[in-house]
Design a protein around this ligand. Structure first.
Ligand SMILES: Nc1ncnc2c1ncn2[C@@H]1O[C@H](COP(=O)(O)OP(=O)(O)O)[C@@H](O)[C@H]1O
Ligand SMILES: [Mg+2]
Length: 331
């Protein structure tokens, strides 16, 4: 059994726990607005910062085009065999060309990569601002994420709301930095809340691990908060192993009990603790997509029924006959 004592974590905050070896923190703001990088890109501003990197909106001097430039916050000595920018570049090159569910890769510099700039918000921000999503919206979003992972053909390994971006007509998955992380024994990479139990012990992480993460995300979209509450890694791991936290979706979230049960059934299966069982239930992403499509159709049918009931109620409402005014008989 591999120890989980020395994890490499990607938390929501820019914290990197022990385990990375002799990394060196780069200056807090390596690129100021207006600075020019490699005589090619003008920095327009910072657009985000995750656990490992800072992302800037830049303008390419030659073409005037806007791009997202992701620069590593750390510099890693070559002997650590760890270079997140190189790993993420490798992932972008391995993703099927012309896919529409991730940013298009454009360029690579010494400590940065450049890809398509996406105008939108992260799913994490959307959940924060709307508190929770409607059931229909949550299922549609989950369906797009599942289609994205099917199309990608490689596991993402750090699927979470902060790594999903969306606008009114597109959803993309960003941050493929640990997809090709070279996992030494005892090394764990991921974001604990969304990590599957097998990911905690660095066993083989595959598409079924991403399915687990999507199960947690569906819960979070519907309820507006995370299903696990521990603030230690071992606490989170045992909550996941107890298999209970995700079974407590409040019934009032749903108008229709049968939709509630089919979503609960799906989440329970997507987050089943044993990877093998998950792989058996969902042999590919197709099974997840099929279930989400069927739930989505039920939601639409239910919605239509409600709407037609309102119409029937309206039609059968007592008719007020306007003949009560005194009739003047003119004789
Ligand atoms: N292609 C992009 N277009 C626009 N914004 C982006 C893009 N990629 C990342 N961002 C923004 O930068 C933030 C951090 O990016 P991410 O790749 O997740 O970095 P990290 O590896 O540090 O978590 C995202 O949450 C998002 O707000
Ligand atoms: Mg990220």
């Amino acid at each position: 059994m591999v120890s989980i004592e020395r994890p490499i974590l990607r938390t929501e905050r820019p914290t990197v726990k022990p385990g990375l070896g002799k990394k060196r923190l780069m200056p807090e703001t390596p690129f100021e607005s207006g600075s020019i990088i490699d005589s090619k890109y003008e920095v327009l501003g910072k657009i985000g910062r995750g656990g490992m990197a800072t992302v800037y909106k830049v303008k390419e001097l030659k073409t005037g085009k806007f791009w997202a430039l992701k620069s590593s916050d750390f510099e890693y000595p070559e002997d650590t065999n760890y270079d997140p920018i190189a790993d993420e570049t490798k992932a972008y090159k391995a993703l099927p060309p012309n896919g529409c569910y991730w940013p298009k890769f454009y360029d690579r510099g010494k400590n940065y990569l450049v890809c398509q700039y996406f105008e939108g918000v992260t799913l994490g921000d959307k959940i924060k601002t709307s508190r929770k999503l409607s059931v229909a919206d949550a299922i549609e979003t989950a369906l797009l994420i599942a289609r994205a992972l099917k199309e990608a053909k490689i596991p993402h390994k750090d699927l979470k709301p902060a790594n999903v971006m969306l606008n009114s007509n597109q959803l993309i998955i960003i941050d493929w930095a640990i997809t090709f992380r070279n996992m030494k024994e005892g090394t764990v990479a991921g974001t604990p809340t969304y990590m599957s139990p097998e990911q905690f012990s660095s066993l083989s992480v595959n598409y079924a691990s991403d399915i687990y993460a999507l199960g947690v995300i569906i819960y979070e979209m519907l309820i507006g908060s995370k299903p696990f509450h521990s603030n230690t890694i071992s606490g989170l791991h045992s909550e996941k192993m107890s298999d209970e936290s995700l079974k407590k979706m409040p019934p009032e979230t749903f108008d229709n009990p049968s939709i509630r049960w089919s979503i609960q059934w799906l989440i329970d299966n997507m987050t089943i603790t044993k990877q093998k069982d998950r792989e058996e239930i969902f042999q590919t992403w197709d099974e997840v997509i099929e279930d989400l499509e069927s739930i989505s159709n039920n939601i639409n049918n239910f919605q239509q029924k409600i709407e037609s009931n309102i119409a029937i109620a309206y039609e059968s409402a007592p008719t007020i006959v306007d003949d009560l005014s005194p009739t003047l008989v003119n004789n």
